[in-house]
Write a protein that binds this ligand. Structure first.
Ligand code: FE2
Length: 424
């Protein structure tokens, strides 16, 4: 007798009429017409069952602070950074924890059960670090929160940042972050990458840097990140976030760069919602999109995830923790409208970031954790098209969120009584 069986699921790989057997929080069977009984049986009615959404790039210390202490009037990256500096001295640990927990509630309701969040370590009090370590502990039963020590004001540019970063890692922050393009010079940026990769190698940690988040085609810190990843044997443990300068780089240089990134085992994390709004701000027209070269990196064998980056904070007023909205924007900005490319956009908010974060037991196969999302859609492309309703969200085999199916009642003579926007 199993704990739960989900019957008649469609999977992202196209398999239909699949039953999922769950016991002790793990998946024990994935097959058609599973011959077993369970304490609870759930009829998936042919809807798409996916592993949970994963956000590879977020800022939980800033989320839901929109309007504190004022709104970003220009909507630019630089005013956002200035605004964050105004907000930092006003932060309290209680308010930070409360806002982060409230965001995690939104995330869970959207089937987003793993988040890598950068946390600013430039405040010598490390108040945000303490707050998010507390949040990581409190949400652990329902959400995997991975923290990155992020020297927002520059590792070398901001006094004390290196010591603060090491203290944050000592306190239990998981990943080494950086922001080389924000250091005083290109040379100092490269030096910060070397220092940070060596810290990660010494401590056996992963690396995830904000890297080249600008429209400057000569911002090439990703090259240095690949070099030190290779040199220190960090393959598979390093990610470059944003990489927006690559949008503006010379094509010949990119043709040399991409194989080096691939060879170094460095992953890329684009943030479509934020890149399309914050980049290209110094252009007149034509105005650059600013997102990194996603299809080209995928073709070169580089794993690419899409992150949310911001929700209702000094940099971005919108968002709700919906990774399908992120995938939807990524698909459009990168013009990934080929059939396989649309499916890659779904992978960019599910299995690819799960690999980048190193999540254990992720997926839909016997032995995986029973962390699952039932979507009101027939396949991944329809899920993106509709930003599909999360009918059920499961963690370790227990339902932790439910939503009513989306539908509208029509009052049109001779037409159907309801529509749900499904294509079948
Ligand atoms: Fe970021």
């Amino acid at each position: 007798m199993l704990d739960t069986i989900l019957r008649n699921c469609t999977l992202a790989d196209g398999r239909t009429s699949i039953d999922i057997g769950i016991e002790n929080g793990r998946i024990v069977a994935v097959e058609p017409a599973l011959a077993a009984n369970a304490a609870e049986t759930i009829d998936a009615a042919g809807q798409l069952l996916a592993p949970p959404f994963v956000d590879a790039h977020f800022h939980m210390d800033a989320t839901r602070s929109y309007g504190l202490p004022r709104v970003n009037r220009s909507g630019t990256l630089l005013e956002g950074i200035a605004l964050w500096s105004e907000l930092k001295p006003l932060l309290t640990q209680e308010a930070l924890v409360e806002r982060a927990l409230a965001y995690c509630d939104w995330a869970v309701a959207k089937g987003l059960l793993a988040i890598r969040s950068h946390v600013d370590v430039c405040d010598p009090r490390l108040l945000a670090v303490e707050a998010l370590l507390e949040v990581r502990k409190r949400v652990a039963p329902y959400l995997d929160l991975q923290l990155v020590a992020f020297p927002q004001d520059g590792l070398l540019r901001s006094a004390g940042a290196l010591d603060n970063l090491k203290r944050a890692l000592d306190m239990g922050v998981d990943v080494v972050g950086g922001i080389p393009h924000f250091e005083r010079t290109m040379a100092e940026g490269a030096e910060s990458v070397r220092i940070l990769c060596e810290i990660a190698a010494q401590r056996g940690l992963m690396v995830d840097m904000h890297c080249d988040e600008s429209d400057d085609p000569l911002s090439r810190h990703i090259e240095t990140l690949a070099l030190h990843s290779q040199r220190l044997g960090l393959q598979g443990r390093v990610a470059g976030s944003h990489l927006t300068s690559m949008h503006s780089m010379d094509n010949y240089y990119v043709s040399k760069l991409l194989p080096l990134i691939e060879e170094a085992g460095v992953a890329a994390i684009a943030n479509p919602l934020i890149n399309i709004t914050l980049q290209g701000r110094h252009d007149t027209y034509p105005r650059r999109r600013g997102m990194t070269r996603v299809p080209e990196m995928l073709a070169a064998g580089i794993p690419v995830a899409f992150g949310h980056d911001c929700v209702m904070d000094p940099w971005y007023s919108l968002g709700s923790g919906d990774m399908l909205e992120v995938a939807h924007m990524g698909l459009h900005v990168a013009q990934m409208t080929a059939h396989d490319a649309m499916r890659q956009c779904f992978a960019a908010v599910t299995e690819t970031p799960a690999r980048i974060l190193g999540l254990e037991g992720y997926g839909i196969a016997p032995g995986c954790k029973a962390d699952l999302v039932l979507l009101q859609a027939g396949d991944p492309v329809e899920a993106i098209r509709l930003r599909a309703t999360r009918l059920l969200v499961m963690r370790r085999g227990k339902v932790i969120a439910r939503s009513a199916p989306a539908a509208a009642a029509l009052e049109l003579p001779g037409r159907p009584a309801t529509v749900d926007w499904r294509g079948d």
